[in-house]
Design a protein around this ligand. Structure first.
Ligand code: SF4
Length: 343
């Protein structure tokens, strides 16, 4: 099923230093920008209805931007799920349109590359900032339009989701879009899992979601020869079961890999008292956790990132909320930026 609105896809985009327009319509206005050129920047923007979102660009030192550039965009205004480690939950105000999602990407691209031609040998676009992307079918339209909007042959979208129940149509359509537009390793699919116990998972993801069996069955259909393995993301926490061998009952190591990340130091995580098992200051403990998954047969990636990102808040944070309390001229250099997401 083709869901592209072709005439709109051809309409003109106007970019100014702080705005992104399509035709005469103002899509977003950037209110503030924080971070460091050599690592990550968080942009906070206002949409036409006055709601605020944020989006991020980052690089992975020592790789220069020309080698790898990562853009992370919001898909919802807040998030209705409200995971206890994520500040995106709480004040949910609805879904972004495809144009509003694309405007975040085009803003970041065109402020560096006005002709939309991205020279990076790897351009990763993660739909993983504010909101679970599976709750918004406009994400699908954005995925279809992206190759028309950017001149980026190395474009690789990444959908990171908790797999909310009731989103079956989203995932069916996504399957077709991946096959048509992003085959042979040009798409990254990721499920946020966090614990190997489905009951305990309810406490970390307080919503009805697909079971492990459903995620595995979908992943088996999604994965095709030449694709990247589907990532099962764990930000494991003390007190939540982590038994990698139980996963093998559902998820084949031939089609799934494990990605381990720290629990980011968000306001919500601190309030919830969550203590992460992946502690960036204890490298050997991190490797011990990773080795348990490797012993179960999984390719396992330790994705720790730069500790400086916690200051910038490019990985998770609360920038929208903080900006409401402290307008740009009042913000301080030490304020953490950003808002959570499904990673
Ligand atoms: S982690 Fe994802 S699903 Fe959970 S509240 Fe944050 S954005 Fe929503």
């Amino acid at each position: 099923m083709n869901i592209v609105d072709e005439p709109r896809a051809k309409a003109g985009t106007t970019y100014s230093r702080r705005q992104m327009k399509r035709g005469d319509r103002l899509l977003l206005k950037v209110l503030d920008m924080r971070g460091q050129e050599d690592l990550a920047r968080v942009f906070i923007a206002e949409l036409a209805d006055g709601s605020r979102i944020e989006f991020v660009e980052s690089v992975q030192p020592p790789l220069p931007r020309e080698r790898k550039w990562v853009l992370i965009v919001s898909t919802l205004k807040g998030c209705p799920i409200g995971c206890p480690m994520c500040d995106a939950g709480g004040d949910y105000r609805g879904k972004l349109t495809a144009e509003e999602i694309l405007a975040q990407i085009e803003y970041m691209v065109r402020r560096r590359y006005p002709d939309g031609r991205v020279p990076a040998s790897k351009l990763k676009i993660q739909f993983a900032r504010m909101g679970d992307p599976a709750l918004n079918e406009a994400v699908l339209r954005a995925l279809e339009l992206l190759p028309l909007r950017l001149k980026a042959p190395t474009l690789m979208p990444c959908i990171s989701t908790v797999a909310p129940r009731g989103t079956e149509r989203f995932f069916e359509l996504l399957l077709g879009i991946k096959r048509k537009h992003y085959p042979e390793g040009r798409f990254q699919m990721q499920f946020s899992v966090h614990t190997t116990d489905e009951e305990a998972r309810r406490r970390l993801i307080p919503a009805k979601t697909w079971t492990f069996e459903q995620m595995a069955a979908y992943g088996d259909r999604f994965f095709a020869a030449g694709d990247r393995k589907i990532a099962l993301n764990f930000a494991p926490a003390v007190g939540f079961p982590l038994e990698p061998e139980r996963l093998v009952e559902y998820f084949s190591p031939d089609r799934f890999l494990i990605k381990l990340t720290p629990i980011n130091p968000t306001v919500s995580a601190t309030r919830s008292g969550l203590v992460g098992l992946i502690d960036p200051s204890d490298e050997s403990a991190c490797h011990r956790v990773a080795d348990r998954f490797r012993k179960a047969g999984y390719d396992t990636i330790l994705s720790i990132g730069e500790l400086r990102e916690n200051e910038i808040g490019s990985n998770c944070g609360m920038y929208v909320a903080q900006l409401a309390l402290h307008p740009p001229h009042q913000t301080t250099g030490s304020m953490r930026l950003g808002t959570g997401g499904c990673r």
